[in-house]
Write a protein that binds this ligand. Structure first.
Ligand SMILES: O=C(O)CCC(=O)C(=O)O
Length: 314
């Protein structure tokens, strides 16, 4: 019987060493300039989060999960695959890998991720969910322009953060993400279909916002590097025109204290039927929404010296 790894909140592997001192945590801290960049533009990219061994272990375990018959498939919250015979050709998107394979479980407690998430949220985080993306070589699939929070309005208040981690080098040729800088100030726009028409959002935009798309930036990075973005930042990715795959894992977190606003019948949370349920009005917490970081416990007296989006705003 496959085990649900989500029942366990301790490390399952030796892949990610835990810092033993404040100094070791500080080795992972973002600079004030990086935090300011995120605060102003709504994103930060090129943050090194994984070494080569971590990348290859995650990539191997992703390959296993691309096979729809793998052990543990039932623990996914969402699982979309075009079911090709050849794993290299599968367009794959799934949520919940942390419950299925140990490296995806332990990457949630990667100290480099936790430190950056603390600084960019300005507070301690809990896991919302993870995601896997694999775009095969020469594949026409796009991820249409969208704002992540348009999928998450059943959790409030909006205090969420996305971390996108490349398991391959990513460039404009193999379908890297694009961001529209400062679009986090546009407010929440209508949700449009995520596949098919890249520009489906365009009829919800003001003329000035349409012009802002001219400033979109490609998030080109080396494998093992991450980008972070604000829940309202407009982003998407074009097709993979290259001979190379483009694989990534994402970690979606929210501030400790975010509550469920999901109606009992789930009507205001389309697509979220398989997520562990929290009654409306209650804090998103419990086994499947673990608190990943306790800044007071981990950073103690160092806390007041660490730049965060909240200290910048003061
Ligand atoms: O990996 C992609 O192409 C899209 C990822 C995405 O939509 C996200 O990071 O929220």
């Amino acid at each position: 019987m496959p085990q649900d790894l989500g029942k366990n909140h301790g490390r399952l592997t030796e892949l990610f060493a835990q810092p033993a001192s404040l100094e070791e945590w500080m080795d992972h801290a973002l600079s004030e300039e990086q935090v300011r960049h995120f605060h102003e533009k709504g994103y930060l990219h090129g943050v090194p989060l994984l070494n080569d061994e971590q990348v290859s272990t995650l990539a191997e375990q992703l390959e296993e999960m691309v096979d729809p018959n793998h052990a543990g498939r039932e623990f996914f919250y969402e699982y979309h695959s075009n079911e090709s015979e050849n794993p290299d050709k599968v367009l794959f998107h799934a949520l919940g890998a942390w419950r299925v394979r140990p490296a995806f479980h332990d990457v949630l407690w990667n100290p480099a991720f936790l430190m950056a998430a603390y600084q960019l949220l300005g507070t301690d985080c809990r896991l919302f969910h993870d995601q896997l993306f694999s775009k095969p070589a020469k594949h026409g699939g796009v991820v249409a322009w969208h704002q992540d929070y348009s999928y998450w309005t059943w959790t409030t208040p909006m205090s969420h953060l996305t971390c996108w981690i490349g398991l391959d080098d990513v460039s404009t040729e193999n379908g890297c993400m694009y961001y529209v800088p400062k679009s986090q100030h546009w407010g929440l726009l209508e949700k449009k279909p995520i596949a098919g028409d890249m520009d489906a959002i365009s009829d919800s935009l003001e003329p000035g916002q349409v012009t802002d798309f001219n400033n979109k930036i490609p998030v080109e990075m080396n494998k093992g590097e991450a980008s972070f973005h604000h829940p309202l930042l407009m982003h998407g990715s074009y097709e993979n025109r290259s001979e190379r795959r483009r694989r990534a894992t994402l970690i979606n977190v929210f501030a400790d204290g975010v509550k469920s606003s999901r109606d009992d019948d789930g009507s205001n949370a389309p697509g979220a039927d398989n997520y562990p349920k929290v009654p409306k009005g209650q804090k998103m917490s419990g086994q499947y929404y673990p608190r990943l970081f306790d800044s007071v416990e981990e950073l103690g007296e160092g806390l007041s010296h660490i730049p965060t989006v909240k200290t910048l705003a003061q």
